[in-house]
Design a protein around this ligand. Structure first.
Ligand SMILES: Nc1ncnc2c1ncn2[C@@H]1O[C@H](COP(=O)(O)OP(=O)(O)O)[C@@H](O)[C@H]1O
Ligand SMILES: [Mg+2]
Length: 450
């Protein structure tokens, strides 16, 4: 039961990998521990986020959202991820920047719709009939290719499976034979075959396998117990968007020919069909809905149309938790002449619980850098940590954390495992932060105009 892989998975991975140290809000009885769940300080915001988690779990956040407001590098994204983690490991977390909704190929409301639907998980329970056992004998039969008599192709196989209680031989068709070959199944492997699709899954090498290596990358597993033919429950989580894509693809031949993967619009009928099917599954106990978190960063980049779309989406019963983040004060609502707090329309602001994040103290920055260094496997000399802390408080926390990996490369170049103050100074000279690079380009432009 493979869950579909999406091209966005990688993107998401890159974007949240700088937050990989965050495991939760680090609360105990509603109070923030000085250090917990990978988080340091930001006590009030973490406790407020804890209340949000409670409201979500009690189903009292419907139709409402959260706004994280604070300067850059104060942990807004980190907090949003922590909230998702508190909701459970399986909870979908989708991050989007306000500017990402403007694409040449897809309407902005479609981008938002896809993001909303990626943030709703459907946990499907399915009983499937499978054939499971250790392969004791396997004989593949080859025959002539129907169109090319010089080519031999597998046309079937005889396979003997064994469990602790029985051993049986099966004739399998060419589809399953091709699967057996593709998965590299050998005698001694424990496998299972899905009775309906013929998909073969290799579980590992059996403990009783005749060929054994001292060192092997293949997992060694016991011989399955029970009978060979059995019903097994499979649980897998997909998003509504995954289901939309699957349904849109199998829709017609034309959709296969002209469908361009992610970057396209999904017809409303497909979404309606998916919603109906999912509701049916839920009613029959076949599936559960897992509302996740849709995090929209730089929310002031959204325009009035996008805001009204979001407001409407928040009222739907199939809606994720929407967390917005802003580092702007009063600014113009895009697409209007109205000045509003964070550039967000008032009617939407009314539905938001606002959590402020404050700049960190030097000690907190030091603690965060220590956690990040450990997470990235970077060993820091005290002087290096001190300098990074100064950089973190004078420039930005993000800039300081970004210097960790290149500093390690410099240290390794010297043949050392430990990063020194000099290594940090060197990378600081090599990589500038955003503010500086922008200032440099501005000066450069001005010198041209003279
Ligand atoms: N309180 C905290 N504890 C631990 N790490 C933090 C904390 N706040 C921020 N970070 C980390 O510092 C970096 C910058 O924070 P980030 O969440 O991106 O800030 P923002 O979204 O407000 O710009 C990230 O790597 C983040 O995980
Ligand atoms: Mg952020």
């Amino acid at each position: 039961m493979s869950s579909p892989t999406l091209s966005t998975e990688r993107e998401k991975f890159v974007r949240i990998s700088i937050h990989s140290h965050i495991k939760g809000l680090g609360l105990k009885d509603g109070r923030a521990l000085p250090k917990g769940g990978g988080l340091v300080g930001q006590v009030k915001a973490r406790e407020a986020a804890g209340i949000v988690v409670k409201l979500i779990k009690e189903g009292k956040m419907a139709g409402r959202g959260v706004l994280l407001a604070g300067p850059p590098g104060t942990g807004k994204t980190a907090l949003a991820i922590a909230i998702a983690k508190e909701l459970g490991e399986d909870t979908p977390f989708v991050a989007l920047s306000g500017s990402e909704i403007y694409s040449a190929e897809v309407k902005k409301t479609e981008v938002l719709m896809q993001a909303l639907r990626k943030a709703i998980g459907v946990r499907i329970h399915e009983f499937r009939k499978i054939y499971e056992g250790m392969v004791t004998k396997m004989e593949i039969r080859f025959g002539k290719h129907p169109y090319n008599p010089y080519q031999q192709i597998p046309i079937g196989a005889t396979i003997t499976l064994k469990t602790k209680v029985e051993e049986r031989t099966f004739q399998v068709d060419e589809g399953i034979t091709a699967e057996l070959l593709a998965k590299g199944v050998n005698e001694g492997d424990v496998i299972w075959i899905d009775s309906e699709t013929g998909k073969v899954t290799k579980v590992g090498k059996s403990e009783e396998s005749p060929s054994k290596y001292d060192i092997s990358s293949v997992k060694v597993v016991p011989i399955p117990s029970g009978s060979i033919i059995k019903e097994r429950e499979f649980i897998y989580t997909v998003s509504l968007h995954d289901l939309d894509l699957m349904n849109a693809r199998s829709g017609s031949l034309l959709s296969l020919l002209f469908g361009g993967g992610e970057e396209r619009e999904i017809p409303p009928e497909v979404r309606k069909r998916v919603d109906e099917t999912v509701r049916e599954w839920v009613d029959n106990g076949k599936a559960e809905i897992l509302p996740g978190v849709l995090f929209i960063d730089d929310v002031h980049m959204l325009d009035i149309e996008a805001y009204s779309f979001l407001s409407r989406a928040m009222e739907s019963d199939l809606a994720p938790i929407i967390i917005l983040a802003s580092n702007r004060g009063f600014t113009r609502i895009r697409g209007t002449d109205i000045i509003s707090p964070h550039g967000i329309p008032l009617d939407l602001l009314d539905r938001l619980l606002i959590i402020e994040t404050k700049p960190y103290t030097k000690d907190e920055i030091k603690e965060i850098l220590k956690i990040r260094a450990e997470e990235e496997g970077v060993e820091l000399e005290e002087g290096a940590l001190e300098l990074l802390t100064t950089i973190g408080s004078e420039r930005s926390l993000r800039y300081a954390t970004q210097l960790l990996a290149p500093a390690k490369v410099i240290a390794q170049g010297r043949g050392s495992k430990v990063v020194t103050k000099e290594d940090v100074e060197k990378v600081k000279g090599l990589f500038t932060d955003v503010r500086e690079s922008a200032r440099y380009l501005k000066e450069y432009e001005e010198s041209f105009l003279k």
